[in-house]
Structure formats: structure tokens, C-alpha cells
Ligand binder design. Structure first.
Ligand code: PLP
Length: 391
């Protein structure tokens, strides 16, 4: 006997691997429709192709990012792989330009998979004095004529905000497709599709999930041909998210704005507190006047906020002293602020930068904090107490 609640207020988890197609005629028409690569097919066939729970979660993200299409994948990396791979046409593809100040995993993927394994021409755009210079960017566009330009709205871990609207404009002038990783800024601060980006991707593992309990990615866009190519790629490579993870995301993403607003405001207070401490040499937070891309952040985000991340570096006469301060700080807070290699969790979490990024950011005193939405006084109290305990 099948038991179904007719009065459930939640979406259903469809765990079917294959869906029932009843007879040969229905099967044939379902597979014929499948070639159209619609986001929501008339009839579901197989969960690696499309799944109704996944479609329900995608609809929630479409509302947030203001996109005509959103496609979920099982991780942020698989969203990135899908978004760039659909532009590959054999090995003769024009260069793909990745900004250099982006998530290390994306840079490693570009180098290890795209360049070394697939033999593609991967180029990187290096920032001029920590800030992406638009004139330098235009001259790179003029020389390289890349097919893709790939940027992050707020970079990881230095929280650089590129002059994104102008970058998109210039990239489009030279015929490139622009892909924006909007994981750190989120649509709460900026919707890149409104500024002309072709594809927006997210590691939905982070703020969209917000609970540190799934890995997921999403690709958002308005161009039907591009998005259908993404559906096809997701299907053939097998990047589809599971129905269970899509269900969790469907629920959790509905509290995203509420969480993120509080995370932004807690991050601002943490940044100010650290900036005032004599133990801290430097704070990277786009909301601070001293941050190299404060102006760009103001232009892009207005007064909405500057994201939920704060990176800072302990002062110290020697590397050993800085390292000791970092380690003492981590020890003093870890009952309340855990060292977890992720971000966007509703709890405040942190990461020692040098331990992860190594030679790229070799400062041993650096810590990246992902602000949660705990009670602000309690959170600030924890950080203050930890700073006071350090010599
Ligand atoms: N993009 C950014 C900005 C990230 O920080 C990460 C992971 O930390 C990713 C993409 C990759 O996402 P995932 O870990 O969900 O594959």
C-alpha cells in the first residue's frame, strides 16, 4: 500500500533512480522529450537526468538569484566544471582567463584538469597591487581575446572585490562569456546576471545550505542554449545532486537571507573589533576603509553589507611570535568557534590561512573567520576574551 499525505506542506523526497514509464509508447515519448533538455521535463525518466525534488530546490534558488534557470549539482566544483566545460570545443578553444585571486580549488582545477589533462590554453589575470586594474584588464582582453572570463564577486581569502560591473562590460565588448562565482557575495549583495554575466555559480555548500550538512553547487543563467548545454553536461558527466541533499537545500535555502543579513552584521562587528586590537597587524574586510577594494565594494554592494567573511593577520616581531599568537587564539576560541575548513555555516568557524594556502599566503599569523549568526555580544565576548588571553 502506498501511503501519501495529502496535507504535507513540504516538498517530497523522490528517491526513484528510474521513474515508472508504464509502456513502450510513453517510454519512447519521454526519451524523445529528453533530447530537448528542459529543466523540468514533462515526464521524469532517471534521477541522473532530472528529479522533481531537485527541481523544487532549483526553483527556490531561481527566486534568489533572479535567474530563468538554476541547475543543482553535487558540489561547487561540479558546478564550475559544468559551467566552463560547455564552452570547450576540442583542444582549439580560445584562451580561458581566470582571475588569480580566486578559490584555490578552482585554480588547481584549471591547472590540473583544464590545462594539464585537457590541454586547454588557461591564462590568469594577475591583480595590479592587490586591486584588479580595469585598464590592465582591457589590454589583456585586447591581446588574448579569451572565450571565457572567470571571476569571484568577493575573492577567497583576501576578500578582494573586483570592479565587476566594468569587468563584465569590457569582457563582453571583446566577445567573452563571463562566469561569476557568487558564493561569497551571494545574491543578497549582488546579482551578477543583472549586470550582464552569462553564468553565475555558487558553492551551495556554503551560504545557501548554511548548516554545514551537505555539499552542493548551483549554476544560474538566463540563456536557454547555455543552460541546456549545462543540463546535457550534468547528465552525461553525472554531476547531479541527490534528492536527499536537494531536499535539505530546499528547506535551508529558504532561511538564507535571514542568516546572511545577520552574518554580514556580525562580520562587520568582528572586523571593527580586530582592527582596533594592537595584537592585530592587518584586517582584510571589504567594509573597512583600509581594504584595497573598499571603493569597489561600496559601488557594487551599496550599503547592504560586505559579506560574512573577515581575514586578519596577527602582529609579531618574528614569524614564531605570530604563529604562537595564531595558535593561542585558536586554542582559546575553539570551544565556541570551531576550526572547520568551510564557510557560510550558521555557526562562526575559522581557518588558519597559511596551513591551507601555504606559499600563496605564507603569513603564519593569518586567520580567516566565517561569521555565523550567534548572539553578537556573546560572539564578541568570545573573541575579546581570546585576544586578552594572548600575550
Ligand atoms: N567556490 C568558492 C568561492 C569556494 O570557496 C569553494 C569551496 O570552498 C568552491 C567554489 C567549491 O565548492 P565545493 O566545496 O562545494 O565543491
Amino acid at each position: 500500500m502506498k501511503s501519501k499525505a495529502i496535507n504535507s506542506s513540504r516538498t517530497t523526497i523522490y528517491r526513484d533512480a528510474g521513474f515508472e514509464l508504464f509502456d513502450a509508447e510513453t517510454t519512447s515519448s519521454a526519451f524523445q522529450n529528453e533530447t530537448n533538455n528542459e529543466r523540468e521535463p514533462g515526464l521524469y525518466i532517471y534521477s541522473r537526468y532530472r528529479n522533481p525534488t531537485v527541481v523544487a530546490a532549483e526553483e527556490e534558488i531561481m527566486k534568489l538569484e533572479g535567474s530563468a534557470w538554476s541547475l543543482l549539482t553535487q558540489s561547487g566544483m561540479s558546478a564550475i566544471d559544468t559551467a566552463v566545460s560547455i564552452f570547450q570545443k576540442g583542444k582549439k578553444t580560445a584562451p580561458w582567463l581566470f582571475f588569480s585571486e580566486i578559490y584555490g580549488g578552482t585554480l588547481s582545477y584549471a591547472d590540473s584538469i583544464l590545462k594539464r589533462r585537457r590541454g586547454l590554453d588557461i591564462q590568469s589575470f594577475v591583480p595590479a597591487s592587490e586591486r584588479y586594474n580595469i585598464t590592465a584588464f582591457e589590454s589583456v582582453m585586447k591581446t588574448l581575446h579569451p572565450e571565457i572570463v572567470y571571476i569571484e564577486a568577493i575573492s577567497n581569502p583576501m576578500l578582494i572585490v573586483p570592479d565587476a560591473v566594468r569587468i563584465i562590460k569590457v569582457a563582453k565588448k571583446y566577445g567573452a562569456k563571463v562566469i561569476v562565482d557568487n558564493t561569497f557575495a551571494t545574491p543578497y549583495l549582488w546579482k551578477p546576471l543583472e549586470s550582464g554575466a552569462d553564468i553565475v555559480i555558487h558553492s551551495a555548500t556554503k551560504y545557501f545550505s548554511g548548516h554545514g550538512n551537505i555539499t552542493a553547487g548551483v549554476i544560474c543563467g538566463n540563456d536557454k542554449e547555455i543552460m541546456k548545454a549545462c543540463i546535457e553536461y550534468r547528465k552525461f558527466v553525472g554531476h547531479m545532486i541527490s534528492a536527499d541533499d536537494a531536499y535539505r537545500l530546499h528547506t535551508q535555502v529558504q532561511t538564507f537571507e535571514l542568516r546572511f543579513r545577520n552574518q554580514c552584521s556580525n562580520a562587520a562587528i568582528i572586523a571593527e573589533l580586530l582592527n582596533k586590537s594592537s595584537l592585530v597587524k592587518k584586517v582584510w574586510y571589504p567594509g573597512l576603509k583600509e581594504h584595497p577594494s573598499h571603493e569597489e565594494a561600496l559601488r557594487l554592494f551599496g550599503k547592504k553589507g560586505f559579506g560574512g567573511m573577515v581575514t586578519f593577520d596577527f602582529a609579531g616581531k618574528t614569524k614564531v611570535e605570530k604563529k604562537k599568537r595564531r595558535d593561542d587564539f585558536i586554542k582559546a576560541v575553539t570551544k565556541k568557534i570551531k576550526l572547520i575548513p568551510s564557510l557560510g555555516d550558521f555557526r562562526t568557524i575559522l581557518m588558519p590561512v597559511e596551513a591551507v594556502w601555504g606559499t600563496k599566503y605564507p603569513e603564519p599569523g593569518m586567520i580567516r573567520i566565517s561569521a555565523g549568526f550567534e548572539d553578537t555580544d556573546e560572539l564578541i565576548g568570545t573573541i575579546k576574551k581570546a585576544l586578552e588571553s594572548i600575550k
